[in-house]
Design a protein around this ligand. Structure first.
Ligand code: ME8
Length: 517
């Protein structure tokens, strides 16, 4: 029995195994990892879920193209996604695969509930389908490509499909969805995306085809083996499977459902903000609390695609720049929710300007002065001046600002505010000039260095979710014990104890130097 009253359940999309993981997948999971780590440090009992979406026509086609059986194919690619977790230091608590037995049981049970409630009926589908998007499109949504072929609004090819199909009565859920959005103004973030979804629903919803008969790679419809379930009904259900559904008395279901946050890219918002809450409400299950749709990364201004050969492999990035610099860049570069562009120049500018200069130098110069002039121990401080108090108060306030930003997934703003304090510390060092005080007033020098060390402790504690390894190193340099690294230890009540001996200072953020050609 879980007795912690504060819970947090955060999920990533489950990724298709038709493709190997790239920066876009790493980005979404990173955002969830940062939130999960933040909430754990802030005293929450967290469940952080990710996984792979292994059924559907797209995956079946990819397996066929490789000449392998879909299960063998999905086993291999799903492993690549699990390998990425280690590469990126992701702290997920579970990894779900839709080919697992626990999931088949769950999705078949959801189907039966929808059937029993009269929410699903058998008919025939005649319309447009995009395998790439695994989505049905209404004629009026389609566009034309340069050759005059019909294409989906996403640019994906579409094909005409006619087959027997079960339908979910989505058309009956429009008003209830609109009421739900109205009553839960933060269900869809950012706000701009919310308007997009609301207009789509206001435009009228059609019943949704939820089964296919023309291929086999999926979960069979209970009682009708000719049909397999539509891959999105199958995939979305993963979020409840992972907390024990269909057992709603299961401890995890009780503790974590409804999920606090489904993090997704803007491409799949409709599935999460329209279809998913409708399926759940129709089955008598509470919808999640929030769906956040983030933006899209391009590479040096170009769309990232396999055919353009410009897919960014997160493993290459980490090898080149170091893991925490990459984590920092991705969370800092773009206002979270907007589209962003990856460029080598922008990466190096942030790495050298913000990590090496602003933060790395601050820590290095303070800790090396402490090492040389304070017997390699936390300095002894005297009375604090107004300037000292002001500096310390800025450090104590970091957590409140950060929490506010993290509550609405504004990672970039959280980092910006933390950097305001880092820059304030650099201003304070220059103003107080401890290197001058060394001769003139060594006691005052110790007080100044103490204030700085205490500020660095706060900065490092709050930055842990973003850069876990680098901040671990920085907190080690301040001899902060591993048990004293949660946010409970922020504030003056847990301040560094003068006289505690410190290890030999080492640089935490190397500058990026272009390798010789
Ligand atoms: O849609 N920039 O899986 P998927 C930012 N299986 N994020 C990107 C990106 C980019 N260029 N490219 C991909 C599916 N993403 C379904 C989901 S959930 C029940 C089922 C990220 O492998 C982003 O999060 O196509 C996007 O929504 C997701 O990968 C799509 O992953």
């Amino acid at each position: 029995m879980n007795t912690n009253p504060k819970h947090y359940y955060v999920t990533t999309p489950i990724y298709y195994v038709n493709d190997i993981p790239h920066i876009g997948h790493a980005y979404t999971t990173l955002a969830c990892d940062v939130l999960a780590r933040f909430q754990r440090l802030d005293g929450y009992d967290v469940k952080f879920l990710t996984g792979t979406d292994e059924h559907g026509q797209k995956v079946e086609k990819s397996a066929q193209a490789k000449g392998v059986d879909p299960q063998a194919f999905t086993d291999e690619v799903s492993q690549r996604f699990r390998d990425l977790l280690g590469t990126m230091n992701f702290s997920n608590d579970d990894f779900i695969r839709t080919t697992e037995e626990r999931h088949k049981t769950s999705v078949q049970e959801l189907w039966k509930r929808l059937m029993d409630k009269g929410e699903i009926y058998l008919d025939k589908y005649a319309g447009w389908y995009s395998v790439r998007d695994e989505a049905f499109y209404d004629e009026k949504e389609l566009k034309k490509d340069e050759e005059g072929n019909k294409i989906a609004p996403t640019g994906a090819p579409v094909e005409w499909v006619e087959e027997a199909s079960y339908f979910f009565k989505l058309s009956e859920w429009g008003d209830r969805l609109l009421k739900f959005y109205d009553e839960n103004p933060d269900f869809i973030l950012p706000k701009t995306r919310r308007n997009e979804v609301t207009s789509f629903v206001e435009g009228g919803l059609l019943d949704l085809s939820v089964s296919r008969t023309t291929f086999k790679w999926g979960v069979p419809v209970p009682g009708d083996d000719d049909h397999i379930m539509y891959v999105w009904l199958d995939a979305l259900t993963n979020y409840i499977t992972a907390v024990g559904f269909p057992d709603e008395t299961h401890g995890e279901f009780q503790t974590y459902w409804p999920a606090d946050l489904h993090m997704v890219g803007k491409d799949i918002l409709r599935f999460h903000a329209v279809y998913w809450p409708a399926f759940l409400m129709a089955a008598g299950i509470e919808p999640p609390k929030r769906v956040f749709a983030h933006g899209w990364w391009t590479n040096e201004g170009q769309k990232i695609s396999k055919s353009l050969g410009n897919v960014i492999d997160p493993i290459d990035l980490v090898e080149k720049y170091g893991l925490d610099a990459v984590r920092y860049f991705l969370m800092r570069e773009v206002p979270f929710g907007n589209d962003g562009d990856f460029s080598h120049g922008a990466m190096v500018a942030r790495m050298n300007g913000e990590l090496a200069n602003d933060l790395g130098n601050l820590a290095q110069r303070v800790l090396s002065m402490v090492g040389k002039n304070c017997n390699a121990a936390v300095p002894q401080h005297g009375e604090f001046s107004d300037d000292d108090k002001d500096m310390l108060n800025q450090a104590y306030a970091i957590i409140d600002n950060t929490r506010e930003h993290m509550d609405v997934q504004a990672f970039n703003l959280a980092l910006e505010d933390i950097w305001v304090v880092i820059r304030a510390c650099n201003g304070y060092v220059d103003r107080q000039a401890p290197w001058k005080l060394k001769k003139e007033d060594p006691a005052r020098m110790e007080t100044v260095l103490y204030v700085l060390a205490e500020c660095i402790r706060h900065i490092a504690l709050v930055l842990q979710p973003f850069m876990p390894q680098a901040m671990e190193a920085m907190l080690n340099l301040l001899a902060v014990s591993p048990e004293h690294r949660s946010f409970d230890f922020l504030g003056e009540g847990h301040a560094l104890i003068p006289g505690t001996s410190l290890p030999k200072p080492e640089g935490v953020f190397p500058r990026y130097v272009e390798p010789e050609a």
